[in-house]
Ligand binder design. Sequence first.
Ligand code: FMN
Length: 213
Amino acid sequence: MSALETIYTRSSCRCFQDKPLEDKDIRTILEAGVAAPTAHNTQGYKIVVIKDEKVKEASEAILSEMNRYSKWGIPMGSGKRSARILRDAPVNFFLFVKKNTFFKAERLPMEVPESYLEYIEHQNQMQSVISVGTVIENMLLAAEELKLGAVCISEISYAMNFCKSYFEDVINLDEYEFASSLALGYKEDVPYGRARKKPVEELVVMHDKQLVM
Ligand SMILES: Cc1cc2nc3c(=O)[nH]c(=O)nc-3n(C[C@H](O)[C@H](O)[C@H](O)COP(=O)(O)O)c2cc1C
């Protein structure tokens, strides 16, 4: 498949066969993620891999946190549905973004207004998030190329802050913050429609109004 064919045939898979993935395929997907472009090539992220019987344990931890907080009226409904998608997949990746990857305020040569510091901190965080997004997209495309199913799952973030105990042994959570997860596995043969996308014309604005495509 060409890169463009893979891009156009990929769609999120939320139903997986009860069959473990081969380690070599997991490795190929991870290598594709690591090959992604990141701001300043910092690669300021970590990917925690959970597979097979450990998957249930992780998603149960997330679901029980969600149950705890939904009692307070926090909207966890679709978050719980997403946690169950993770639970029913043979492999989960949890992606964590490094906090404050770029320059620190104290390293600036002169005093800058507080509002500007906040702005650049926000922009730095944006760069980190965009970077992890490129990693995710590479892994989704690699999974498609291998004829595997994958979906990016971020809604569990409502509870991830409270699931620290599950991850703190493998990752320093003072340094890294949860960004997203991925569920991966062999696609279950269920019919589901492809997500409709808006046309280019609706999303693209030609800066030079004379130009048309
Ligand atoms: C950042 C991000 C977060 C997402 N979070 C979830 C999620 O929590 N649960 C879910 O079922 N799908 C999630 N998705 C998948 C989107 O719903 C899906 O990509 C979108 O509906 C378009 O469908 P497609 O991937 O088949 O093109 C997420 C996708 C992205 C990029």
